[in-house]
Design a protein around this ligand. Structure first.
Ligand SMILES: *[C@@H]1O[C@H](CO)[C@@H](O)[C@H](O)[C@H]1NC(C)=O
Ligand SMILES: *[C@@H]1O[C@H](CO)[C@@H](O)[C@H](O)[C@H]1NC(C)=O
Ligand SMILES: *[C@@H]1O[C@H](CO)[C@@H](O)[C@H](O)[C@H]1NC(C)=O
Ligand SMILES: *[C@@H]1O[C@H](CO)[C@@H](O)[C@H](O)[C@H]1NC(C)=O
Length: 374
């Protein structure tokens, strides 16, 4: 839900950004096709790039690239031209949008010839192979969305070289290896890397991120701790989704500084310790999900008193008490804990066994002691 909300917001922003491009690209109905764009080296290079892409597409069941013929690239389906930012007399390809195309194929190096490209949307296709290295030369690229394809290879570190990139969406692919810490130091607005095969430890630099949305979900081979510096993202962070990402620390109390955060999802990790009552300072919080962890103790009343909290999910932990106030939150899920008097709790023996484990040691830096042995 959270992800969809933010995506919708970003898409809305895109429509606003892209509409002048769309207008620029449209032609009067019934008019003859625009004269071939001769003597414009940008469009000539774009022609080479787009023909290379067409050639690398092995299946186009919707015939999207059927009209990709001839030099007038601005009339190609999904290709939008605009005035070049550095030359008011030259038209250039500003955006390529082939979302939901069901296209199969690979992405050729010639795409680097689209040197003025600002928006590149290829989500929900069947592209495989790596992202071309030449993407690093797209110095105007603002948004790249290649989500929901079959792309492989390491994290596309080309993005680290792009001075203007703001929106990076590579979720639902087969990228593997480490995610470089430098991506969190880059000034980008939204980072979606969930549902890939990455294997890395969440770096402390994570807190350097100035993104408003960070989604690192369903990366079971990721691990690490929530750094106590997490509060450093207070100025910008709006949504933080770290579900099923191998996090095995306590929740540092500094998280309470994130007073612009509306969505926090830390579910399905190995998080231990108590819920810090500083979460009660996160006044913007609407959705809080800490389900499927090893959290214990009482739910702090300050959390259930948050003015905007609509949905608080803390099922499948070992909480032993919740203030009555929590039952007034519009939607809560407290199932499968150890809360006396509440329905659908864990069997008593599980709760007793948990109580006999050594308590989690939450160090100042947010790290926990090694998980207790059974
Ligand atoms: C084509 O471009 C060249 C160099 O960019 C320029 O010298 C020439 O005048 C242009 N020709 C036309 C017909 O615009
Ligand atoms: C695509 O083009 C082929 C050949 O022209 C045609 O048989 C097919 O029905 C077209 N598919 C769609 C979805 O328009
Ligand atoms: C990340 O943090 C480490 C240690 O704090 C620092 O040495 C490094 O320069 C930071 N940046 C990157 C991109 O790793
Ligand atoms: C509350 O959040 C949980 C976990 O994110 C979600 O599964 C559920 O659908 C949400 N319920 C409502 C009513 O928003």
């Amino acid at each position: 839900m959270a992800m969809m909300g933010s995506t919708a917001a970003v898409l809305l922003a895109l429509v606003v950004v892209a509409s002048p491009l769309l207008l620029a690209a449209s032609q009067p109905v019934g008019a003859p096709p625009a004269a071939p764009a001769t003597n414009n080296s940008r469009l000539e290079k774009a022609y080479v790039a787009l023909q290379a892409l067409k050639k690398a597409i092995t299946d186009d069941p919707k015939n999207l690239t059927k009209n990709w013929c001839g030099p007038d690239v601005c009339s190609y389906y999904g290709v939008y031209c605009a005035t070049a930012p550095d030359d008011p007399c030259a038209r250039t390809v500003a955006s390529v949008d082939l979302n939901h195309g069901d296209l199969a194929g690979t992405l050729p190096e010639e795409l680097g010839l689209l040197s003025d490209l600002a928006v590149f949307h290829l989500n929900s296709n069947r592209f495989c192979g790596a992202l071309p290295d030449a993407l690093r030369s797209l110095h105007l690229l603002h948004e790249i969305d290649v989500s929901n394809n079959q792309l492989t290879g390491n994290f596309p570190s080309q993005f680290l070289c792009l001075p203007n990139v703001q929106y990076v969406d590579i979720r639902f692919n087969n990228f593997c290896g480490e995610v470089p810490a430098a991506i969190f130091e880059k000034k980008i607005d939204a980072l979606f890397i969930n549902n890939n095969n990455f294997e890395f430890t969440l770096p402390a630099n994570f807190s350097s991120s100035t993104a408003s949305v960070i989604v690192l979900a369903n990366l079971p081979r990721v691990g690490g701790c929530l750094p106590s510096s997490i509060g450093d993202m207070a100025g910008t962070l709006n949504e933080l989704i770290l579900l099923n990402s191998g996090i095995s620390s306590c929740i540092p109390p500094e998280i309470g500084k994130l007073d612009k955060l509306t969505v926090l999802d830390l579910s399905s990790n190995g998080i231990v310790g108590k819920l810090p009552d500083t979460i009660g300072n996160m006044h913007a919080l609407e959705q809080l999900n800490v389900a499927n962890n090893m959290l214990a103790g009482e739910i702090p009343e300050s959390i259930c008193a948050l003015p905007n909290l609509k949905n608080f999910t803390y099922s499948h932990n070992f909480f032993c008490g919740e203030p009555h106030r929590c039952l007034e939150v519009p939607h809560i899920d407290d199932r499968q804990n150890c809360i006396a008097g509440r329905p659908d709790q864990r069997p008593g023996e599980q709760c007793i066994e948990f109580l006999h484990r050594p308590p989690a040691q939450c160090a100042a830096h947010g790290q926990s002691s090694p998980p207790p042995m059974y």
